[in-house]
Design a protein around this ligand. Structure first.
Ligand SMILES: Nc1ncnc2c1ncn2[C@@H]1O[C@H](COP(=O)(O)OP(=O)(O)O)[C@@H](O)[C@H]1O
Ligand code: SF4
Ligand SMILES: [Mg+2]
Length: 338
């Protein structure tokens, strides 16, 4: 097992042929009412290449956080991963022993969440919390780790960083605490980073600086990134490829250009309408959205109960994921042709 772990950590960064992350057939279930389970993630496939920033969009409850946590093999309680594989540089994380996984989290893969207060120890100065990561995972001495932590505080644009090193979390604003969490997540330059709606609460200028820091990491280290956001506009600017998620499934995946210029799935088009400046388009979205709560299971397409293009077949047969042009995949019986 130790050998396996070494293979992940020391895998040559120049092996461009292997995706950084490859997810196949992943399913996560929560126990539901009257013994029926709820499929929060349902047979999901996802590939993220080295150096690629993959944006994940979808409305609240789509399963984005559950997916992010499942990729770390930490599904939210009481959820359970019921099938599939999650390969980081070729190694299936779901098969690794917990001890090995724990030492990889923070060093090789890390996750930035939106509620920084829950991530920070309220009793320890933030500088120490950042430096500890570098000491534990990179084997740096105390003073080297302190210097690196200070460098990270500068990188995430914390003003007066020397003084802030000694601050306790409650002495910082929410936005600053968020940047501390980002510094902790990035100090080891992990090969795979998940950001779960972690930048949307920040001031626009700071958000732009953090996004450029993440972009540098992906370019310099060839790190891969799963960037979850509610804001389709940020995804359009920042990400290389984008996936649209709905009720635990990826309904459409494509390059940023293909997704925005040639969207083929009715849900993607409706989601874009929700963010449109056009009042009529926005109204169309809100009249269709929320028509029905998420159902425990579905016979046909999971979007059929809200889809304006649904036909009889959509209610009886699950649309399989298929590639309609290279790199552009959808799950729909009747893709929109324009
Ligand atoms: N702790 C939990 N207990 C029970 N069900 C949950 C829990 N967390 C998530 N779920 C289920 O998973 C679905 C997806 O939730 P989540 O991953 O948080 O969505 P998103 O991050 O896209 O808003 C929810 O609609 C709910 O059915
Ligand atoms: S399969 Fe049918 S219901 Fe589902 S998105 Fe396509 S047209 Fe709509
Ligand atoms: Mg979420």
């Amino acid at each position: 097992m130790q050998e396996t772990l070494k293979a992940v950590v020391n895998a040559p960064s120049h092996d461009e042929t292997m995706p950084m992350l490859s997810v196949r057939n992943l399913s996560v279930e929560f126990p539901g009412m009257s013994g029926r389970s709820v499929k929060a993630i349902h047979q999901l496939d996802l590939t993220i290449q080295q150096g690629e920033i993959f944006g994940l969009v979808g409305e609240s409850g789509a399963g984005k956080t559950t997916l992010a946590r499942a990729l770390m093999n930490l599904p939210p309680e009481p959820g359970r991963i019921t099938g599939g594989e999650v390969r980081l540089n070729g190694i299936d994380l779901l098969q690794l022993a917990e001890g090995n996984l724990r030492s990889m989290r923070g060093r090789d893969l890390s996750m930035i969440v939106a509620n920084p207060r829950s991530e920070l120890n309220p009793l320890r100065p933030v500088g120490e919390q950042i430096a500890t990561m570098a000491r534990v995972h990179l084997g740096l001495s105390r003073s080297q780790a302190q210097a690196k932590a200070l460098e990270m505080l500068r990188a995430v644009q914390i003003p007066d960083p020397e003084r802030r090193m000694k601050a306790l979390p409650h002495e910082l604003s929410g936005g600053m605490a968020q940047r501390i969490v980002i510094a902790i997540a990035l100090i080891c330059s992990p090969r795979f980073v998940i950001s779960d709606d972690a930048t949307s609460g920040l001031d626009v200028t700071v958000q732009a600086q953090i996004l450029s820091l993440l972009r540098n990491l992906s370019e310099e280290r060839r790190s891969a990134m799963l960037f979850i956001t509610r804001d389709i506009g940020v995804a359009a600017h920042f990400c290389d490829r984008i996936g649209v998620m709905f009720e635990g499934q990826m309904l459409e995946q494509a390059s940023k250009e293909d997704l925005f210029l040639r969207p083929r799935h009715p849900y993607t088009i409706m989601l874009m309408a929700a963010f449109s400046h056009n009042e009529t388009l926005r109204r169309l979205w809100w009249s269709a959205a929320g028509a029905e709560a998420a159902r425990p299971d579905s016979q046909g397409c999971r979007y059929a109960h809200r889809c304006p293009l649904a036909q009889l077949r959509c209610f009886s047969t699950v649309p399989e994921a298929r590639e309609i042009t290279p790199g552009h995949a959808i799950r729909c019986h009747f893709p929109v042709i324009r």
